[in-house]
Design a protein around this ligand. Structure first.
Ligand code: PLP
Length: 460
């Protein structure tokens, strides 16, 4: 493939200087960012991103877990420009535009119409924040004001707003804000690890028993249970056994507690189905969607719920039933138009078996690359998600500042891959439409990068 420079070298240098001077990157230690070579990505083509000098990198992070059909997809581009020719933004605050209605109807189809009401926002944190607030307000509106508590599964990541931090794991991401967070009760996640369909260990009994005893004790004061179904992404692609979600849903139903499924990460093909809920045959009370919803093109999020929940919010203005929540760009028409086209393309892609085939290939490639490797502590894969955790060959661990995952991710760039580390591990989250040769490139580049990098981090 020709590496045509996207911009000339002097303009890349100017861009880099300006970035160093003005930018503050999210989830990034800026000292580290400034001290290492920066990567300015100026174009995208399919699963690939291209830098200012024309170098190509496979997007092993699907642009933070959002990309479905690849970059610069002609169908999505067409849908976007067609909408752009009509109107770029119309607020949904008391007004409407047709594409929001059409998308809301499409999304009702994700649960066979069971969750027929769609509340749009513009990012995953807000999708979850809305589900929590709807659950809390619904309890108040239906004479159950005592049901105020939240039960969350340990290790969850639901976003960076105060509400979502409160129900997420108290990791280094959020511990600093602890004094401002509300309390949530927690139960342990199940134990499960698989790769290429081979289950290494699996036990949901302690997790389910802990949830059940919390519900028996505190169900009367609990509004909702929240979890990321099938795979907890930011925890490091921590997996759940088949059937676990159904058992959780049954416990919630039995104890009269809402179930919120945060499918911000798992939605839209990531686990091989449109949603993890569909894959597991579960209908929650609230389904939170973002990331892949608009295929990685534009910010869009949705919280789906039932007509029954929605009905409780109806009344005269003075009844105080109105849900006072909304964001300026909630349900933006450009994003909705892309989301509709993405769904139209995704359904047949999933039905064709292509995604399942690529997921199986990812598992097999990971097994070949990492099984028995002296510097691999663990690895796992489910759908198009995976993780590999490193360790020193001599055993033990590294001090935090060794930054093993970060070093491997930096080295992977030299092998044509951008990928995100998490602590001493690397997370595999490619675009859903990734091709077979690209899956092989993804795993090969990580293996090359770790073999180049990790020996030099070996403790003396
Ligand atoms: C499961 C889950 N929920 C919520 C969020 C927050 O989404 P956003 O970054 O769009 O606010 C994320 C982001 O990674 C996520 O993985």
């Amino acid at each position: 493939m020709a590496n045509a420079p996207a911009t000339d070298a002097s303009s890349v240098d100017a861009l880099d200087a300006s970035d160093r001077r003005h930018s503050w990157h999210p989830f990034t230690q800026m000292r580290e960012y400034l001290d290492h070579p920066r990567l300015h990505l100026v174009r995208g083509e399919g699963s690939w991103l291209i830098d200012g000098e024309g170098r190509r990198y496979l997007d092993g992070n699907a642009s933070v877990w959002t990309n479905v059909h690849g970059h610069n997809d002609p169908d999505l581009n067409r849908a976007l420009t067609a909408q752009l020719g009509k109107v770029a933004h119309v607020t949904l605050l008391g007004l409407n535009h047709p594409v929001a209605t059409e998308l809301a109807e499409d999304l009702a189809g994700l649960t066979g119409g069971a969750l027929s009401r769609c509340f749009f926002t513009d990012n995953g944190s807000h999708a979850v924040e809305v589900a929590l607030k709807l659950s809390f307000q619904h309890r108040q509106l239906t004479g159950q004001a005592a049901k105020r508590g939240v039960i969350a599964m340990e290790g969850g990541y639901h976003g960076d707003t105060f509400g979502t931090m409160s129900v997420g794991g108290r990791t280094e991401f959020h511990r600093r804000f602890e004094p401002w967070l509300f309390a949530a009760k927690t139960f342990p996640a199940p134990v499960h690890s698989e790769c290429a369909g081979k289950v290494v260990r699996s036990d949901a009994s302690a997790s389910l028993a802990a949830l059940e005893s919390l519900l028996v004790r505190d169900g009367a004061s609990t509004a909702c249970v929240i979890l990321e179904p099938l795979v907890q992404g930011a925890a490091g692609m921590v997996q759940q056994p088949p059937g676990f979600l159904r058992s959780v849903a049954e416990l919630c139903r039995r104890h009269g507690v809402h179930l919120i499924l945060d499918e911000v990460f798992t939605g839209f093909g990531r686990t091989g189905a449109l949603t993890a809920a569909e894959r597991e045959g579960v209908v929650p009370d609230f389904l939170c969607l973002a990331k892949g919803l608009a295929a990685g093109y534009l910010p869009l999020a949705a919280t789906l719920t039932s007509e029954k929940i929605h009905g409780a919010f109806l009344g005269t203005f003075s009844d105080g039933r109105t849900f006072f929540h909304g964001h300026t760009f909630s349900g933006n028409p450009l994003a909705c138009a892309v989301a509709r086209e993405s769904l139209r393309k995704l359904r047949p892609m999933l039905a064709s078996g292509q995604v399942a085939e690529r997921a199986a290939l990812l598992g097999r490639e990971m097994e070949d690359a990492f099984s028995g490797h002296p510097r691999v502590r663990t690895f796992r894969q489910l759908g198009l998600t995976g993780s590999v955790e490193f360790k020193p060959a001599a055993g033990g661990g590294w001090p935090t500042d060794a930054r093993a995952g970060f070093q491997v991710a930096l080295a992977a760039r030299r092998h044509g891959l951008v990928i995100r580390p998490l602590g001493d591990s690397i997370l595999f989250v490619p675009p859903i439409a990734i091709q077979a040769d690209e899956v092989k490139h993804l795993v090969r580049a990580v293996r090359l990068a770790m073999d180049e990098t990790l020996p030099s981090l070996e403790p003396d």
